[in-house]
Design a protein around this ligand. Structure first.
Ligand SMILES: [Cu+2]
Length: 226
């Protein structure tokens, strides 16, 4: 009896152990299945986010240096652009423009998507000051060319990146830009861009300049209301 008891006790203990083991195994299995499904979910997400990144890269224009140089040169008169230094500013996430070609005439043409420009020395100083939001001292007349027009800017806020209800968003036609050593010269012109004639952009800021449309076919337009 004692043996039997002992046996059955042992048996019971074994059964208990087995049950514990089974329960433990079941729990282990559940945990493993859960982990596996979580892993599958994660791996299911990985390719799609990779895909999104690839898509984004595809959307950004992949230009050769020759295309960037052609873009930059299209902003100015051929005789000026031909001998100008070319700077790459197609990658707006990269704050530092990269030189693509050295020039000989003191002009710099910038490869900017949808708004290339060719700038003389005074305008280059202007560009540096504007980009670094620093003071600017104009020491002579400055001429800049944007013969392809631009993709839009606020007429009042030099750092606006999109149209708002009251920032006078202007998409300019092909134009020449003028800087005066004496900024009071700008007072002779209106700030109204709708007449088709020259107007002052960013009046009252250190970066105020004259915009002179050179294309009669396209008047300056405004993409926001009024
Ligand atoms: Cu301009």
């Amino acid at each position: 009896m004692s043996v039997i008891v002992c046996f059955s006790y042992k048996e019971a203990a074994m059964l208990q152990k087995t049950a514990q083991l089974l329960a433990g195994f079941a729990l282990f299995t559940v945990v493993m299945l859960y982990a596996q499904s979580a892993q599958q979910t994660a791996s299911a997400q990985t390719p799609s986010s990779k895909h999104a990144v690839a898509k984004e890269k595809r959307a950004a224009p992949k230009m050769t240096n020759a295309q960037k140089i052609a873009l930059a040169m299209s902003a100015g008169p051929a005789e000026i652009a031909k001998h100008a230094t070319i700077m790459d500013m197609t990658d707006t996430s990269n704050a530092k423009p990269k030189q693509l070609r050295a020039g000989t005439n003191g002009w710099v043409c910038y490869a900017l998507i949808d708004e290339p420009m060719c700038l003389d020395k005074e305008w280059q100083k202007w560009m540096e000051a504007w980009m670094s939001k620093s003071a600017l001292k104009i020491e002579g007349t400055g001429i800049g060319y944007m013969l392809r027009g631009d993709k839009g800017a606020s007429n009042t806020d030099p750092y606006a990146t999109a149209a708002t209800a009251d920032n006078q968003w202007v998409v300019a036609p092909p134009h020449v830009m003028v800087l005066y050593q004496d900024p009071k010269m700008l007072d002779a012109y209106p700030t109204d861009w709708k007449s088709g004639g020259p107007w002052v952009m960013w009046k009252g800021t250190p970066y105020a300049h004259l915009m002179v449309p050179v294309s009669p076919s396209k008047a300056a337009t405004m993409s926001s209301s009024k």
